[in-house]
Design a binder for this molecule. Structure first.
Ligand SMILES: C[S@@+](CC[C@H](N)C(=O)[O-])C[C@H]1O[C@@H](n2cnc3c(N)ncnc32)[C@H](O)[C@@H]1O
Length: 250
């Protein structure tokens, strides 16, 4: 079992909430023209991709979910059929670090809980050329939210190479990478639990029994349970922040 398989069959693969996807979409909606192209990078099994497709139906936008893991993309298609989402939702398998799209082809890039894979600054800079003039981006990223830096959390993230900045620092990176800020807000606590940690915790407990003694799977399962436990204890000091930004004209 690998980290992708660990997340298969889950409602979503990272923190987020449909209401919050809707809140962020509300900020950019007015500026989206009929027939807009929306690209959801690192879409996973597509909870927010499907929500975007529903929200943007009115303007006849096309939503493309992109991910590297095929099983998640199959889930997007299955859910699309189950939920009766229209034909303006497609999928592409590809990597966010070698984007299979033309420059100037996208009106809105969306990416919830995934830009860290490319690196926040690298993602902002390397995806920017894909945007049309005045194109926009909605991303969520892990940030420190208070001055507290719990030692246990730092020790947990260290081997994974996860480096977390403050919101203030990320806003500086946004501006320097050639974007204007349209809005920014934190993801509420419920967004971590309802569709992500609560079902994941249940699944990890089941997998722990199934994979007991398996030296490949157990560290991943235990790691996920530890991550959830750390959030339960220290969650207030870090969390996801949404950034709603627009490409500057130069
Ligand atoms: C934390 S999950 C977030 C998924 C989804 N956006 C959500 O909020 O539920 C990160 C996603 O990025 C995908 N991913 C990992 N590496 C990738 C890459 N190089 N290119 C594209 N997607 C990638 C994973 O398969 C996973 O679906």
């Amino acid at each position: 079992m690998n980290i992708f398989e660990l997340h298969e069959g889950m409602p979503r693969q990272g923190p987020g909430l449909n209401e919050v996807t809707g809140e962020a979409f509300g900020v950019v909606e007015e500026e989206l023209k009929d027939g807009a192209i929306i690209l959801d990078i690192g879409c996973g099994s597509g909870m927010q991709t499907l929500e975007l497709a529903r929200l943007s139906e009115r303007i006849g936008a096309t939503v493309v979910g992109m991910d590297v893991h095929e099983a998640f993309l199959r889930d997007v298609l299955r859910r699309k059929a189950e939920q009766g989402v229209g034909d303006r939702l497609g999928i592409v398998r590809g990597s966010m670090t070698a984007m299979p799209f033309l420059d100037g082809s996208v009106d809105l890039i969306w990416s919830e809980g995934a830009i860290f894979i490319a690196g926040f600054e690298h993602g902002l800079r390397s995806w920017r050329p894909l945007l049309k003039e005045n194109g926009m981006m909605v991303i969520s990223e892990l940030n420190w939210l208070t001055d507290e830096r719990p030692e246990e959390v730092l020790e947990f993230w260290k081997p994974m190479g996860i480096e977390v900045d403050t919101v203030e620092k990320n806003l500086e990176i946004v501006i320097n990478a050639g974007y204007d800020l349209l809005g920014s807000f934190p993801l509420e606590n419920k967004g971590w639990w309802q569709d992500y940690y609560t079902p994941m915790e249940k699944r990890m407990k089941e997998l722990k029994e199934i994979h007991a003694g398996d030296p490949d799977s157990m560290p991943l399962i235990e790691g996920m349970l530890k991550e959830i436990e750390l959030f339960r204890r220290y969650g207030g000091s870090y969390g996801y922040q949404f950034y709603i930004i627009q490409k500057t004209s130069n």
